[in-house]
Design a protein around this ligand. Sequence first.
Ligand code: ZN
Ligand code: ZN
Length: 362
Amino acid sequence: MAQEVRGVIAPGKDEPVRIETIVVPDPGPGEAVVQIQACGVCHTDLHYKQGGINDEFPFLLGHEAAGVVESVGEGVTDVAPGDFVILNWRAVCGKCRACLRGRPWYCFDTHNATQRMTLASTGQELSPALGIGAFAEKTLVAAGQCTKVDPSVSAAVAGLLGCGVMAGIGAAINTGQVGRGDTVAVIGCGGVGDAAVAGASLAGAAKIIAVDIDEHKLTKAREMGATHTVNSRETDPVEAIRELTGGFGADVVIEAVGHPETYKQAFYARDLAGTVVLVGVPTPEMKLELPLLDVFGRGGSLKSSWYGDCLPSRDFPMLIDLHLQGRLDLEAFVTETIQLDEVEKAFERMHHGDVLRSVVVL
Ligand SMILES: [Zn+2]
Ligand SMILES: [Zn+2]
């Protein structure tokens, strides 16, 4: 029997979000219905609401979530009812060229639920944010979007690994390949940047330099493991990073802003043959201009990190285990827990930049 539950809907461009009754179908082949326990409020949800992703309104928002599998459809063997899972937006196919080459984190054919959830009032089909839609009591996803983890972790903490925190940690450990003794600089210390700081710390970086224009964010970055901070409103970050690294520049610079200016800072703040990782998301009109001779002459690699190049089945359980062992403080990312009807307020607070993550707890 299809079920009716409450969910947070973005009805149209820039309209306030509201709670509506939605219809969640029974899981079909390869699908799962998940009872959501917690879901973080991410910038991407705000972008959906603003019409910045596409115009397939109405959206069912929310995608950084953890919960318990309620039921599964035909052919689902990896998860079962009762499993505690983190939802991911990259359920790898196992069949595309990337998957067959043994690089499933680059999967070109990730999938979502085939059936659509609908609005109970009008029957209109909903577009779930990033194929998840988890600001809801229950949601329908592809079973591959569910990754089973140790259920002793709090759901509010676990859900964050589903998006922003994984993107940041992965930018450091997967894409940047930060290793023991490396020097690392992170430009932009919001949720993703702070997660990159935490990831670099976890990987054994000797020096982690956090760069931001906001003193509060720099204080927070220190709590996450930054050994040095640079306020780039007052100090030239490239000079400062060079000074802090014996005149060389950092081995890995992670750009967590997504802007040509900060990208250039990252490019020139790295050591010769160092690595730049772009994890901040630029907007379509942005252009980058760099002397090609510098790109050649400085060597190394310029990489982009999409979802932290994560493989959920490999990374989620490992990071939850490290958290439970006290080696990765994920609690520090949860600024506040809120109710389902407070998402609109959380967007406002996010806009002012005074929260790392508001997390809806159901
Ligand atoms: Zn694939
Ligand atoms: Zn997100």
